[in-house]
Design a protein around this ligand. Sequence first.
Ligand code: ATP
Length: 290
Amino acid sequence: MHNQAADQSRSALHAVGDNVSHTPLLHVDGVGLQYRSATAVAQATHDVSFDVYPADRFVLLGPSGCGKSSLLKAVAGFLKPAAGEIRLDGVAIHQPGPDRIVVFQEFDQLPPWKTVKQNVMFPLLASRTLGKREAAERALHYLDKVGLGKFADAYPHTLSGGMKARVAIARALAMQPKILLMDEPFAALDALTRRKMQEELLILWEEVRFTLLFVTHSIEEALVVGNRILLLSPHPGRVRAEINSHEYDLQSLGSVGFQDTARRIHRLLFDEGQAEPAAQVNFKDVRFSY
Ligand SMILES: Nc1ncnc2c1ncn2[C@@H]1O[C@H](COP(=O)(O)OP(=O)(O)OP(=O)(O)O)[C@@H](O)[C@H]1O
């Protein structure tokens, strides 16, 4: 999306709440991702570009296999682009770093022999970000924020799935990363818990205003969680459109506007006839103005 209209649209898009920034925090430029084996090359994404601004809740949305997780891995520094470049705060990403923390859906990866507080403290200590006392204070601060202050001394196996998710979020936020990366974080939860976690994530965002890159294949979740959504085509993932979704939240879930938008996104993602080049689909500040 390197045309002028897209740039103007972007200026409108990242005027989110009180946070208005004209400098992207994360710049993904023409990124092609591949997996190579001895006999084959699998192309995961092709020429994907997008910018994430401070305090954005930016969602990568697309069908299974379109390269969402691969993009997240590349931003995290675990996968090197075969083409293009990824920059965070102006610096090219070449490896993982404490400025990018990933939350996966496998919350059972919380070491079971550590208490909740110790789990949250662990990355702070391992990365030598803080000493023991400060790490404990920071851990308790973020556990309070996710409503788990009283469970600081509990062990992970005594927690529900939703509580484990909250520990994982507290652990990530405690590192105070420049960008929080979430890969289908609530996919393994039951529908009610998933909704509750989406709500809590938005409440946390209101308070902390972290920058979020969030992967999902659920259109509904993308509209609820995101203020901007990048739609990716089926394998290999290319940018199909970028939309502004900041007006939607859990309250608007059943509304006509929400449902209508969800249907339009579905058509854009899955109807081949709708596969317009990304630069021609200019959503500006209005939804679906094409
Ligand atoms: N380790 C790997 N080795 C080879 N190919 C891979 C590897 N990981 C992913 N791929 C391929 O890359 C493509 C993109 O995969 P990716 O997991 O990023 O997609 P996704 O959009 O996150 O899918 P899902 O929603 O199902 O998780 C797929 O075709 C997948 O088969």
